[in-house]
Design a protein around this ligand. Structure first.
Ligand code: ADP
Length: 425
């Protein structure tokens, strides 16, 4: 197998977003959790997105992990690698975008790298090198108060220059609007005076397509899911990839019992849990008992084993905002959250151990805890259940293939759990 596109994402949810975007464009895509082992057996795919947690760690560790991911992807034949960053350019003057970009550029041998976090469909646009979030510049957006990466400068040429060892240039919208050849000429001019990276403007989807086409001349690019979309469309347009992802994860049915877990307390999830009561057996955990000890998990597993052979079940810790606030005031927010996440991971592990092969999980952190516990190396991304929530088919697991749906809190319609199970056969 030879990958058409390799991606290194600096966090898990950004990786899923990118993997979903590539799949929607017709690329058969696998998302891996961490750098995969060398012997990971993969189905025939066009793209792999390696998910790291490297956005806010020490720069030298981020560099080391990203280089390992790049090495793995190049080893699988990836001619082009996208370093996937946040569409709001989350970083500090210490990194990690600049240091990782510098290291990957050195490894790839590119003289110049295109950089853009633009993703117009989600309101991220870049003009004259300035990043806008909706209608306001980055430094006036809520990102100015981000707890880890407060963004106080919307000019990405300056932001990146403070993090990188190379000179940073700009390819502006006027140049871009004249077409791919003009962009190529501008990049050649920048490269000839020693500029190693160019921030490129993008305001519309068609800009991403031009950028994607030019980026494929190079071995490395840096950006968010928007440039992923441009790269994917360019790969399909050039015939390097045959657009065929939609059925990729549908594959053979996995069958067996199905279970849903809800650890999200979002409005959407609370409504989805209420709707599920009409379609399946539902157990509401007592969050106080979950924190008290393992008894509540045992109770849930006994309840599940009595019902699972009769149809899907749902186990939920979800509570209303008042109840959540009360629990947090008694135990602390982090301690309560962690205890419930670990209980959900215990339940997921035991259910899979007893034969469950189809698992729907509501809640970003809850999903992360369960996926880590189940030691799932990666997923083939399939049909979309709801915008941003695809069916995932595990790859590289020992205990047989599973289908999962991992939903972050606010996603999905009222019938989400039933909708998911209809697509997960
Ligand atoms: P979302 O995607 O909606 O943010 P997450 O799973 O990421 O959902 O986060 C929900 C957090 O709330 C998790 O840490 C989870 O363990 C915690 N949690 C779940 N149920 C409760 C509850 N009843 N009270 C307090 N915290 C809870």
């Amino acid at each position: 197998m030879k990958l058409s596109l390799g991606c290194i994402a600096d966090d898990y949810t950004g990786a899923s977003d990118l993997a979903n975007t590539l799949t929607r464009q017709g690329l058969r895509t696998v998302q891996t959790i961490g750098v995969p082992p060398d012997d990971l057996s993969l189905p025939e795919v066009d793209a792999v997105v390696v998910s790291l947690k490297s956005r806010s760690i020490q720069a030298d560790v981020a560099v080391e992990r990203s280089r390992a991911a790049e090495k793995w992807l190049r080893g699988r034949g990836a001619g082009h690698v996208l370093f996937k960053i946040c569409s709001t350019f989350d970083s500090t003057d210490a990194g990690n975008i600049g240091p990782v970009m510098d290291a990957l550029r050195a490894d790839s041998g590119d003289s110049i790298v295109l950089v853009t976090p633009a993703f117009p469909e989600t309101g991220r646009t870049v003009y004259q090198g300035n990043l806008f979030v909706g209608s306001v510049p980055l430094n006036e957006s809520p990102l100015k108060d981000h707890p880890l990466n407060p963004m106080h400068d919307s000019n990405l040429v300056r932001v990146l220059a403070r993090q990188s060892r190379t000179k940073i240039g700009l390819v502006d919208l006027a140049t871009l609007s004249r077409g791919a050849e003009t962009v190529r000429a501008r990049l050649a001019e920048l490269a000839s005076n020693g500029t190693g990276a160019a921030v490129i403007d993008a305001v519309f989807d068609r800009d991403l397509e031009t950028i994607g086409g030019v980026a494929l001349d190079h071995r490395l690019s840096v950006g968010a899911s928007g440039i992923g979309l441009g790269l994917a469309r360019a790969l399909v347009a050039s015939g390097k990839v045959k657009s065929g992802a939609s059925g990729a994860a549908s594959g053979a049915p996995v069958g067996g019992p199905a279970a849903c877990l809800a650890g999200s307390c979002s409005q959407a999830t609370l409504a989805q849990v209420a709707h599920a009561e009409k379609a399946m057996a539902v157990l509401h955990l007592d969050p106080e008992q979950v924190i008290a000890g393992p008894g509540e998990v045992q109770r849930a597993l006994a309840w599940a084993s009595d019902r699972i052979s009769n149809g899907p079940i749902l186990i939920a810790s979800s509570s209303t905002p008042d109840q959540v606030a009360a629990l947090q005031s008694r135990h602390g927010r982090d301690a309560a959250g962690h205890a419930i996440e670990q209980a959900m991971a215990d339940i997921a592990e035991a259910l899979v151990g007893s034969g469950v092969r189809r698992l729907v999980i509501a809640g970003g952190e809850t999903s992360g805890a369960a996926v880590d516990r189940l030691r799932i190396p990666g997923f083939l991304v399939g049909a979309e259940i709801a915008p941003g929530v695809p069916v995932l088919r595990t790859v590289g697991v020992n205990q047989g293939e599973m289908l999962l749906a991992l939903k972050s809190g606010n996603f999905g319609g009222p019938e989400f759990f039933s909708d998911a199970l209809k697509l997960m056969r």
